[in-house]
Ligand binder design. Structure first.
Ligand SMILES: Nc1ncnc2c1ncn2[C@@H]1O[C@H](COP(=O)(O)OP(=O)(O)OP(=O)(O)O)[C@@H](O)[C@H]1O
Length: 266
């Protein structure tokens, strides 16, 4: 049976070693062909959400569900097989290899050669730059171009959801704009995206759904546009904490924009 969400993290608790929990009952849902954008203060746990989703960090409580299948506690290889592809923060291309070689590496788990060729054709059509620079050394590309190579590589397994960690990090505004255009192209081609960004405004402009993380939980969720138009959101990024008494809506159901108040529990 088709699932309403391709990825669900339900009441997840997670942290590192003996340190205090970073995620404290976090719930995130990613519907098909949507860009879900996680924003929040430094250290809120945005990257940690992606690590839990991609199996790099096992949750201590809660569930991870991919397309209706419970994959809680599975490792990175199994998560990849389940349909989650993680594009890490920073640059991860092999600089001494060509663009084509880098991208082909993304298909190392794909056994069917004809399927690999289909995917190569797909990513070349989605990212024309990649096709143009196929035989160039990846290290000769600009930072924004390398990010496109990473996106293309992540799509080789035909993932259900692509997890993008700070794709605009270190890029100038022009390159950032191109990277977000490519994220939208991925979504328009049918891939769901869970995006983590410091560059909150720019990311929300491209996203469908916005989630604000605070104190290890989703504090606000709603249509990205509505979050963007909220003057209180700016306050969050200036170090302020969201305040319960400034509620904008009362319902917490569906995609209605609403502070969830979860950030103040406990
Ligand atoms: N490998 C690790 N070992 C120990 N603590 C970690 C590790 N990675 C992250 N942390 C801690 O977990 C908390 C959340 O980090 P995380 O990187 O998820 O936050 P973030 O919201 O992505 O922040 P930023 O925007 O600054 O990258 C921080 O306090 C961080 O110091």
């Amino acid at each position: 049976m088709a699932s309403e969400h391709l990825l669900e993290l339900v009441d997840v608790e997670a942290g590192y070693g003996r340190a205090a929990l970073v995620l404290r009952g976090l719930t995130v849902q990613v519907p098909p062909a949507q860009i879900v954008c996680l924003v929040g203060p430094n250290g809120a746990g945005k990257s940690t959400v992606l690590k839990v989703a991609s199996g790099m960090l096992a949750p201590r409580a809660g569930k991870v569900v991919v397309d209706g299948q419970d994959v809680t506690g599975h490792g990175p290889q199994q998560m990849l097989r389940a349909g989650l592809s993680h594009v890490l923060q920073g640059h991860s291309v092999f600089r001494e290899m060509t663009v084509g070689e880098n991208i082909s590496l993304g298909a190392f788990t794909v056994r069917d050669q004809s399927r690999t060729q289909e995917r190569l054709d797909f990513v070349k059509s989605l990212f024309p730059l990649v096709a143009d620079r196929w035989n160039a050394l990846a290290g000769a590309l600009s930072g924004g171009q390398q990010k496109q190579v990473e996106f293309a590589r992540s799509l080789m397994v035909d993932p259900k959801v692509v997890l993008l960690d700070e794709p605009s990090m270190g890029l100038d505004p022009k390159a950032t704009a191109v990277v977000f255009e490519q994220v939208v192209r991925m979504r328009d081609a049918g891939t769901a995206v869970l995006l983590v960004e410091q560059n909150a405004r720019r990311a929300l402009e491209s996203a469908d759904i916005g989630l604000v993380l605070d104190l290890g939980r989703v504090h606000i969720k709603g249509p990205a546009r509505q979050l963007l138009d909220d003057p209180k959101l700016g306050e969050l990024y200036l170090g302020g904490r969201p305040q319960e008494d400034k509620a904008h809506a009362t319902t917490t159901s569906g995609s209605t924009y609403s502070p969830t108040n979860e950030g103040h529990a406990g």
